[in-house]
Design a protein around this ligand. Structure first.
Ligand SMILES: NC(=O)c1ccc[n+]([C@@H]2O[C@H](COP(=O)([O-])OP(=O)(O)OC[C@H]3O[C@@H](n4cnc5c(N)ncnc54)[C@H](OP(=O)(O)O)[C@@H]3O)[C@@H](O)[C@H]2O)c1
Length: 284
């Protein structure tokens, strides 16, 4: 298949290029070659590459930044998706797009399934939900993958932030009242490839398996990285001043993905351990 990865320089995008590149003809584009907020750019790119599938990992991903840069965040996460879907109309190009656990309000107390109502509690979640709606209404052939708590080899992420702070200060304070599923972007890229190859359509929740708080996640990072003498203190969300609210419980059920592909995602601890022991591959 001819695959076009949008946002190929990002954390997930770089893993998508590597993963799809093993069996398919892959091209990647990023902000230096097109602006997803421009309908004209999106049309030009679709006509130029004429791919069988677009995998869109381009997004505005700074959750707190969205609260102060509302227009930029909605332009990329909502209008950008509409631009791609509109550019592909009538071509039967498959569009794979990513959304987030933050489209949910975090009050369910049990894993969210694909049909659960969305009630975002921050602007990032709202913009991603608007992007979902644009995709579902406009794209004829789409896969919408909701994921959560991503970390990977490229770009900034929670794992790298914890490693840096542990090494510099030896002391960490991490929230213990937000629960979710850490997900390795390479695992998500492989899951995406599976869904595309079996011509899946519709919404899928895909994360690594298992559940933890950010505090429990940080404990494992310190343990697997074999950093001794580091203390990790659990705190409550209200003790840190963040612009965006976060859902308290945003675990996503992977059941539909497992039934469709007959594959289970790895437990988050296994993926994290592999990521950290292959640390020489982590690019800043
Ligand atoms: N990170 C997470 O924890 C997380 C959790 C749940 C869901 N997701 C979703 O997963 C997907 C991938 O996330 P990620 O963390 O891998 O993203 P990322 O590392 O921030 O990469 C996003 C890429 O999109 C590019 N981009 C931004 N604005 C653009 C524009 N106007 N035109 C063209 N390209 C543009 C960025 O370029 P610049 O770097 O130059 O801005 C960057 O290369 C996103 O849809 C995100 O919402 C992420």
């Amino acid at each position: 298949m001819r695959i076009l990865v949008m946002g190929h320089k990002g954390m997930l995008g770089s893993d998508l290029v590597e993963t799809f590149g093993r069996d398919h003809e892959v091209s990647g584009i990023d902000r230096d070659e097109f602006d997803i907020t421009s309908a004209g750019d999106c049309l030009r790119v679709v006509e130029e590459f004429n791919p069988d599938a677009i995998v869109n990992a381009a997004a505005y991903t700074d959750v707190d930044g969205c609260e102060t840069n509302r227009d930029a965040c909605f332009a990329v996460n909502a209008e950008g998706v509409l631009n791609i879907a509109s550019a592909c109309r009538g071509r039967n190009t498959k569009i794979v797009h990513y959304s987030t656990d933050y489209v949910f309000d975090g009050t369910k107390g049990r894993p969210y399934v694909e049909e659960d109502p969305c009630r975002p509690i921050n602007l990032y979640g709202e913009s991603k939900r608007r992007g979902e709606e644009a995709l579902l209404e406009t794209a004829e052939n789409h896969v919408l993958i909701r994921t959560a708590w991503l970390y990977g080899r490229q770009g900034k992420n929670f794992v790298k932030a914890i490693l840096a702070k542990a090494k510099e200060e030896g002391k960490l304070r991490v929230v213990d009242d937000q629960v979710g599923s850490p997900t390795y972007s390479l695992d998500l890229a492989q899951a995406t490839k599976l869904l595309v190859e079996r011509d899946s359509r519709g919404i899928y929740h895909v994360t690594n398996r298992g559940v933890c708080s950010w505090y429990q996640f940080a404990l494992r990072i310190v343990e697997y990285a074999q950093l001794s003498g580091v203390t990790v203190e659990p705190i409550k969300s209200h003790e840190i001043n963040r612009k965006a609210m976060r859902p308290a419980y945003s675990v996503l059920s992977n059941r539909k993905f497992m039934e469709a592909t007959r594959k289970a995602m790895r437990p988050w601890q296994v993926a994290l351990n592999e990521y950290l022991t292959g640390q020489s591959h982590i690019h800043r």
